[in-house]
Design a protein around this ligand. Sequence first.
Ligand code: ADP
Length: 466
Amino acid sequence: MKIRSKLAWTYIILLVIGIITISTYSILTIRSFLLDEGAEQFERDALSLALAASSFNEDAQFDQKIQRQAELSQYEIAVYDKDGIRFLQFPEEEFEGEAPYVEASLMAELERQDGEPIVINSDSTQKLIAYVDLGQSENAAQYLRISQDKSEYYAAVASIRHIIYAGMFFSIGAVIIVSFLFARYMASPILQLNAAALDIARGNFDRKIDLKRNDEFGTLADSLNHMAETLRADNEELKKLNEKQSQFFADITHEVRNPLHTIAGALEMLEIEKLQPEKKKQYMNTAQKQIKRVARLFEDIKTLQRYDFDESFLNRQNIDLKSLVDEAQNVFQPIAEKKGLELETNNVSSCIVNADPDKIEQVLDNLISNAIKYTPEGRIEVGLEKKEEVVEVYVQDTGPGIGKEHLDRLFDRFYRTDKARSRDKGGTGLGLSVVKGILNAHQSEIKVESEVGQGSRFYFTLPLVD
Ligand code: ADP
């Protein structure tokens, strides 16, 4: 059974039970009210009839007078003598099958009542019966009995009952219609939400649920929309990651294939027996250079993988950046000089930051070695600039600069502005990605300003420790 029908039938059953209970209760209450009212009137009538009966003279018209009383009052009237024997009754047929006397016990009780009537609500005969002791009477009558069918009192209920039944059936009809409409109203968002959830489960994350309701269904719809949005974002992220990963492996394959080809070629040449010693040395050098390049490539990949999957790889401590810069200058000075370049540092006081010294050293190494690698002539400056609460670290060169079109992707893995030149210079295409990874882990960001033909300036900031 569908939830809509279940809801509808639940409302209908509950409301029908409610309506029937209220109607039945109303009818019973009205019946008992009418009977109570009637009984009071009946008792009063019994007294006045008794009074009248006791005042009639013992003459030939006594019977007619009693009969007249019975006709006028619409009650059944019976008259008993002092022994309790019935000697008059109207209408006669109403008393057939009844004992023609008053029980001795009842007589005794009537005597005790001292003229007050005894009213009997008889369930067996469905009648109200009143007995009155007439006391001192002008005639032979001692006891008077009047009675009436209880149905007389319920006559009013019958017409009321019809009104109640009509109202009841009308209400039940209305309840059925309203229940189905209400159940549909309640169930329709469930159906909509279900369809949307199935859609989302099938991967349709663009699905929007527009319920326009301020109740719990509206809240649920908002949550589902939010979930779909999160899933869509995650899915896109996953797709991008997947594409990146595939691209990464394709790049690695490509990067490894080239040096392997070169090494294979060099080895082939080395097999030639009569190869001149200088040539032999040259091929050996080539092979060694390529082997070093592959080794460096895997070293970089290993570092990058660690940054991707292990965020706790940093070993932070308070370090003085000035000493790192000075150390880098000592290492790279001879290499720069060999290429005819000037390598200078700006003279700054100490700058204490909280960072991983080895990783920041690697950042400086990569940036400085790039600057040396790509700058044919001129100077390179490595420096620190204090700016309020941070220190900016920069590596600036007078090299060829980098075109604007490359800046967006410069820090992507294996991205090079000039592939041939980079490989030629032993580059792996991963140096700047490693820089980016390390600085990201330090909640910092590598930036570049570059002008083609003017040079480049790579820089990043780190918060100073007081
Ligand atoms: P590579 O191993 O090729 O040097 P990097 O990730 O270190 O890889 O650098 C990516 C590319 O950015 C380089 O191939 C080069 O084209 C460009 N590049 C990096 N540093 C400089 C620089 N100082 N001047 C000009 N170009 C640079």
